[in-house]
Design a protein around this ligand. Structure first.
Ligand code: UD1
Length: 455
């Protein structure tokens, strides 16, 4: 797999892997993009393969750098990872799992947050684990206290070192009763990946129930796990002694699908997102309709475009599933700058996810961020102490600027804003977008974007 595509751009030059784009905006993005397996499932399913005693096959794996990091971390632990049996799939053979050298693991420090999920599987396979200092997007503190508390309840000994976390389980891991303070996606996955082979039963309360988690439960069930999903965010896992391999096609990436949908709305284009499915995007689709966007749900994907009249401002509260996902708000805000009237986005999941709006303001958007949130209006989601709000007044024409992308979703939004803006933009630090968007430059090219890779 290569990391970035190599077809010609609208300007006739070939995009190569690069960090800086020069973008000439002001034209609608139109055409077709295909979304593959979800970053938020694929990386976890790869970790799950460690738990099996036989090889696994994962299909529809996107070509993104988070996958490359997890692949490499699996390989330093002796998992043999190969491409195939079909294009875009991986086979993962965990039969020779072994302890990795500290230096090899350390080489992955800061590259992704997924390594934290290696804890349970490595403890089961080797009785010990070392997890390098974590990376991922800088969107708030992103603590791992829920993860470590849960691991201790399973019987793990957790030692924090300056370079990472060392864990051991001299007496093995046992089932536990765990109540998460918040339905954290990562902590729920941590519990699932640890409980499936722990001795006895685990009851997890206040679990996250995102579609990617349900897909991970599907993967684990294929491997032989016994997991029941009960009402009110309760998941019960009956530990089993051994697990086999799986053959699984990953759920589509609903975050990428929503991103391209917002690109159509922001630029006034028409984008068919192949592979997108209605059921996992119901909440997003309602918001598209409320802002005056239009969509056509088809057998093999969803077509997004603006509706007949002007787009209208609306209010959105991010929340855990089935609420409006926090990863959807950044591209949506770019579209909201083109809607008439006031839009409000209450960010309730992370405490620092509006940093990207500064660049939009520099490009001419009228956005005010309230660092302690806004009290006004009836609320569906209970207020959290960490929440923030952004108020967007539109429509405002956007103009080209020189900007540096801060994180994955914010970075995507900057590129879309530059494509919607009049004039030329220079967008730096594009490499970050490779963490979550496969074939990003090829897709932009297919949609008629006019850009060059300049550095
Ligand atoms: C995952 C997704 C990310 C998405 C997020 C919320 C992946 C790779 N990433 O991130 O795209 O935006 O879910 O849907 O799947 N928290 C703690 N302590 C912890 C863990 C979390 O306080 O130990 C807090 C976080 O700071 C945050 C909230 O819980 O405020 C939600 O985080 P979480 O659901 O864990 O997000 P991730 O799994 O990191």
């Amino acid at each position: 797999m290569t990391l970035l595509g190599d077809t010609a751009t609208a300007s006739g030059k070939k995009p190569t892997e690069g960090e800086i784009l020069s973008i000439r905006g002001g034209r609608p993005l139109s055409g077709t993009v295909e979304v593959k397996g979800a970053k938020n499932l694929v990386t976890k399913a790869m970790v799950a393969a460690l738990l099996g005693e036989e090889p696994s096959i994962l299909r529809d794996v996107p070509d993104i750098s988070d996958v490359a990091v997890v692949r490499s971390l699996l390989e330093v632990h002796g998992v043999r990872v190969a491409e195939g049996p079909e294009p875009g799939s991986l086979s993962l053979d965990p039969r020779d799992v072994e302890s990795a050298h500290m230096e090899e693991i350390d080489a992955h420090a800061g590259a992704s947050r997924i390594p934290i999920l290696f804890c349970g599987p490595l403890l089961h396979r080797l009785g010990q684990a070392f997890i390098p200092d974590l990376g991922g997007c800088r969107i708030g503190d992103r603590p791992i206290d829920f993860h470590l508390d849960a691991l201790r309840k399973f019987g793990a000994i957790v030692e924090k070192l300056p370079s990472g976390i060392r864990l051991s389980a001299p007496r093995g891991l046992h089932g536990a009763n765990i109540h998460l303070p918040y339905p954290s996606v990562g902590a729920t996955e941590q519990v699932l990946l640890t409980a499936v082979r722990a001795a006895g039963t685990t009851e997890l309360r206040n679990a996250a129930i995102e579609p990617e988690i349900m897909d991970l439960i599907g993967v684990l069930q294929k491997m032989g796990a016994i997991i029941s999903y009960e009402p009110n965010r309760v998941i019960v896992i009956e530990g089993v002694e051994r697990l086999r391999g799986y053959d699984h096609r990953a759920i589509f990436d609903r975050n990428e699908a929503a991103s391209w949908a917002c690109a159509a709305l922001a630029t006034g284009g028409e984008i068919f997102v192949g592979g997108a499915k209605q059921q996992d995007m119901l909440t997003f689709l309602n918001v598209v309709r409320k802002v005056g966007g239009d969509f056509d749900i088809r057998e093999d994907g969803i077509l997004f475009r603006r509706g007949a009249g002007d787009m209208q401002g609306t209010t959105v509260e991010t929340d855990v599933h089935p609420g409006f996902m926090t990863d959807w708000q950044q591209p949506l805000i770019v579209a909201m700058t083109q809607a008439t009237g006031r839009s409000i986005v209450h960010e309730t999941v992370y405490e620092n996810r509006f940093g990207f709006t500064q660049a939009l303001v520099q490009m001419g958007a009228d956005i005010t961020v309230y660092p302690n949130g806004l009290q006004e209006g009836p609320r569906r989601v209970p207020r959290r102490s960490l929440e923030q709000a952004a108020v967007i007044q539109g429509p405002t024409p956007l103009r080209g600027a020189d900007i540096t992308v801060p994180d994955l979703r914010g970075g995507y939004s900057h590129v879309i804003a530059a494509l919607a803006a009049e004039g030329e933009s220079v967008v730096r630090n594009i490499g970050i977008i490779r963490r979550g968007y496969a074939g990003f430059l090829d897709k932009l090219t297919a949609l008629g974007a006019d850009f060059d890779v300049i550095g």
